[in-house]
Design a protein around this ligand. Sequence first.
Ligand SMILES: [Fe+2]
Length: 267
Amino acid sequence: MIDIHTHILPGLDDGPVHMEESLAMCRMAAEDGAVAIVVSPHMFNDAYNVTREDILRGVALLQRRLQAENVRLTIRPGADVRVVPDLDGLLRQGLVMTLGNSGKYLLVELPQDVLPMGLSQLLFSIQLLGITPIISHPERILDVQEDPSVMIEFVEAGNMVQLTAASITGDLGDRPQKCAFALISGRLAHLVASDAHSIHGRPPGLSQAAARMQKLLPPEEVEDILFHRPLRILAGEYINLPEPRKPNTDRRKRLSWGWTVRSGRTC
Ligand SMILES: [Fe+2]
């Protein structure tokens, strides 16, 4: 598995404070089955604004420490980039860290309550730079919880969607979980990441979410979500996505988009 969204570099944002906790988080990720993780500190967030140089320096340092301690985990640069009105201009100036530093995929963090006005146009202006925006954890946004089908427009416009693993497992509560399942049912969830912040609060690890998704999706789709698509993102390669469908928001119904429902409660 490859985790494309983690706050794991020490002392930069609301992730770990010290290198020892970073190392412990990396060990947890590796033991859980991750082969690579992308560090994604906050950029242009009100509270934190980490620079590209900070991230590249942090990645090199953390990777060296992991090698010294024989932890088999590849660390790649990235960022959790808050939508700001001039984001396309900041990208043009080379001030924004893309996933894997490939210049092809950008993890975009939205406000937690509403979808901002003008979001579609901003995302389109990013696409015009040859960059695919990945909207991080929309299932945690109130507007999307109210109506998950609002994400169809964004996906049809060429944007991707990343869910938080803890939303799928239910650790973030009922509403994010219900919304996550609805987005999965509509083929509107292309990636799942831990968004890990610490050993305890929101720890690294994707295996529990993977097990949950195995009950909802064919195994090859789960592999795409947790490994093949992240790998292509880090290589800066094109990703062919499934056509979205209307999300199933009725928890009593089984998923009905034509894939085999393997077992268990579906939504
Ligand atoms: Fe994050």
